[in-house]
Ligand binder design. Structure first.
Ligand SMILES: [Fe+2]
Length: 269
């Protein structure tokens, strides 16, 4: 498996404090069946400033540290970008890093309890510039999680979603697990990742989530969410949809949304 959301780079955000913690996290990941990681420190959240250049340097340094310690795991650069009015400009100018530095997928973090005004415009602009927003843990945002339509509409435009493994497994409570299951069954989910911050507790483990998804939707869907699509991110390729059944009415509605959003985007630009 590949973990595409982990705060393992040492000393640059609220994740691993130093190299020793990073090494412990890498060992936990390997023991859980993870062979590759996309490092996603926070950026643009007004607390942590981690530029593309600094993240590339940190990732390279940690890869060498892990190698020197005899730990065989591949790590790629990335970031969790807090939604911000300057986000698109920062990405387009190369100040903020895309996942695996492929200029394709942008991992976006929302405030804990709201969806800021202007969100739709930012998502539209990313899509218009051939960048794919991946919404980080939408199930943990109460506005998105309690809505019948927000994630469905965003994904119909081309946005993708990434759930946290502990939401899927029920370790964050039954409410988050219920909405996670509903969205998986509706085909609104594209990746599951750990969002690990430390070796214990919020740790880099995905095996239980793979097992849970296999029970809900079968092994093929679990592999897409935890193996294939994270690999697609690393390669800068389009993500696959998990196999679910759509009614004709839902497909027509989805197509209508896609047309509308790009009509609006072109008018705005
Ligand atoms: Fe995170």
């Amino acid at each position: 498996m590949i973990d595409s959301h982990i705060h393992i780079l040492p000393g640059i955000d609220d994740g691993a404090a130093d190299n020793a913690v990073s090494i412990q996290m890498a060992k936990v990941a390997i023991d859980d069946g993870i062979h590759s990681l996309i490092c996603t420190p926070h950026d643009l959240n007004s607390v942590y400033k981690n530029t593309r250049k600094s993240i590339l340097e940190c990732t390279s340094t940690l890869q060498q540290t892990l190698s020197d310690a005899g730990i065989e795991i591949k790590i790629y650069p990335g970031a969790e970008l807090h939604i911000d009015s300057n986000l698109v400009t920062k990405v387009m100018e190369g100040d903020a890093i895309t996942l695996a530095d492929q200029n394709k997928h942008v991992l976006i973090e929302f405030p804990k309890h709201l969806v800021p005004y202007g969100t739709e415009s930012i998502l539209e602009n990313l899509l218009y510039n051939n960048l794919t927003p991946i919404i980080a843990h939408p199930e943990r945002n109460p506005v998105i999680a309690s809505s019948d339509h927000i994630l469905k509409e965003w994904t119909s435009w081309g946005c993708k979603s990434q759930l946290t493994a502990m939401s899927v497994t029920g370790q964050f409570g039954s409410a988050l697990q219920t909405v996670s299951k509903q969205w998986c069954q509706q085909g609104l989910v594209h990746i599951i990742a750990s969002d690990a911050h430390r070796p214990n507790g919020r740790s880099p483990k995905l095996a239980l989530a793979h097992q849970t998804i296999s029970q809900w939707l079968g092994a093929e869907a679990a592999d897409i969410l935890l193996k294939t699509n994270p690999r697609q991110v690393i390669d800068g390729e389009e993500l696959l949809n998990i196999p679910v059944q759509h009614s004709d009415a839902e497909d027509k509605k989805s197509g209508r949304c896609f047309f509308n959003i790009f009509s609006r985007t072109k008018r705005a630009l």
